[in-house]
Ligand binder design. Structure first.
Ligand code: HEM
Length: 359
């Protein structure tokens, strides 16, 4: 997940994002809708890993993919919804229980992924692995005579779906919130600019090599993740057997939900959890405080699989954007709310901002 080639891909997407926003912003005079500004570049960086290609900006399939991801994040809730608790409802009340809607959204995505996999199969050339799908198809071929192999087309579609869904909305929503926090805290934005100018310099672009020296930028991203809580209840799990956790009995089959929000907002631990204060992650000697109570990627065995990739994406997209623009509330607009839209993960509500290119 943290391979060099993927980092280069993210950096290229970040560069494209800046060019696109610069063209649209008219030197800062045209307010831009920014809550979903990161959708295309995040989606492209993931799609490059899975399918080895990036979409042109006006590609019809890309627009469709973005729409599918948005809708599916809104129709599924953190607990998996009513259907997850009572799956039999799909037979007696498919419309009322939301099954018909969910299926129509997922069918679109499955169809798209199957098409992409078929295309890969036709053009696969042994020894020339282009991406994740190629890699999986090659492994399937190696194991085709094993009777207990779990490598099959169905699994591949599901894996692509998991990676794609889990990686896109989480990263782009966090970035949308990061811009919102910069509108609310111009003094933080100024410090981010100062650090970027001092460490990266005006004639370069931020890279992952700069990251260890950009501790304030890092602390801002961490504080956005702590305060915005885009996955407040993580992902629901199910107990596989009767279990005792810290004296509590958890019966087999129970849905287990971890409240990341309550850990990130614990008054006893953080003191002032409701205050946006990046300095809480700085140790005063120019380093980062690694706090066990900070867990935006979950905890334990089933913590986020894409954590390294997610962190690289947040850092490169955020620092590249801030290095190139000053962000402010457009004249005549109100300061947008920090409240998110509900769903499988929280996402920022539509808002506008002015992006003035920095010289
Ligand atoms: C800012 C970015 C991201 C955040 C905040 C985030 C957050 C999370 C959280 C909270 C979980 C649940 C962990 C648990 O149940 O304890 C999770 C799981 C997961 N995430 Fe992420 N994620 C991000 C990016 C990504 C990316 C880029 C990918 C992959 C390309 C990804 C793939 C996954 C997968 C596959 C799981 C399920 C892991 C499992 O059940 O074993 N995530 N993520």
């Amino acid at each position: 997940m943290g391979k060099h080639s993927m980092q280069a891909q993210i950096a290229a997407e970040a560069g494209d994002l800046v060019t696109r926003l610069r063209d649209k912003s008219n030197g800062g005079s045209t307010p831009l809708k920014l809550h979903d500004a990161f959708d295309v570049c995040v989606l492209n960086s993931l799609w490059a890993m899975l399918a080895g290609e990036r979409f042109a900006l006006d590609d019809r399939r890309m627009m469709e993919l973005i729409d599918i991801v948005h809708v599916s994040f809104r129709v599924i809730d953190t607990c998996g919804g009513l259907l997850n608790q009572m799956p039999f409802l799909r037979f007696i009340a498919p419309g009322w229980s939301g099954y018909t809607r969910l299926l129509s959204v997922l069918n679109r995505l499955w169809g798209f992924l199957r098409e992409t996999i078929d295309e890969h199969r036709k053009t696969l050339s042994p020894g020339c692995t282009r991406d994740f799908i190629d890699s999986y198809l090659e492994e399937m071929e190696v194991r085709k005579n094993e009777t207990d192999s779990t490598f099959n087309d169905m699994q591949l579609v599901s894996l692509c779906l998991d990676l794609f869904m889990a990686g896109s909305e989480t990263t782009s929503s966090t970035l949308g919130f990061a811009v919102l926090y910069m509108l609310h805290h111009p003094e933080v934005q100024r410090r981010v600019h100062d650090e970027l100018d001092g460490v990266v310099g005006r004639s370069n672009q931020p890279t992952l090599q700069h990251r260890p020296r950009l501790c304030y930028v890092e602390s801002v991203i961490m504080e956005v993740q702590r305060h915005a809580n885009i996955a407040p209840l993580g992902i629901a799990h199910r107990a596989l057997k009767d279990t005792r956790v810290m004296g509590h009995f958890v019966p087999e089959g129970a849905t287990v939900i971890v409240s990341i929000w309550s850990v990130h907002m614990d008054r006893k631990h953080w003191g002032d959890p409701e205050v946006f204060r990046p300095e809480r992650f700085l140790d005063g000697k120019g380093g980062i405080v690694h706090d066990n109570w900070f867990m935006p990627f979950g905890f334990g065995k089933r913590r986020c699989l894409g954590e390294i990739l997610g962190k690289s994406g947040l850092f490169l997209f955020f620092s590249t954007l801030l290095h190139n623009f000053s962000i402010s509330v457009p004249p005549g607009h109100r300061l947008p709310s920090l409240e998110g839209s509900d769903g499988l993960a929280l996402s920022p509500r539509p808002f506008y901002a002015s992006l003035v290119p920095r010289t």
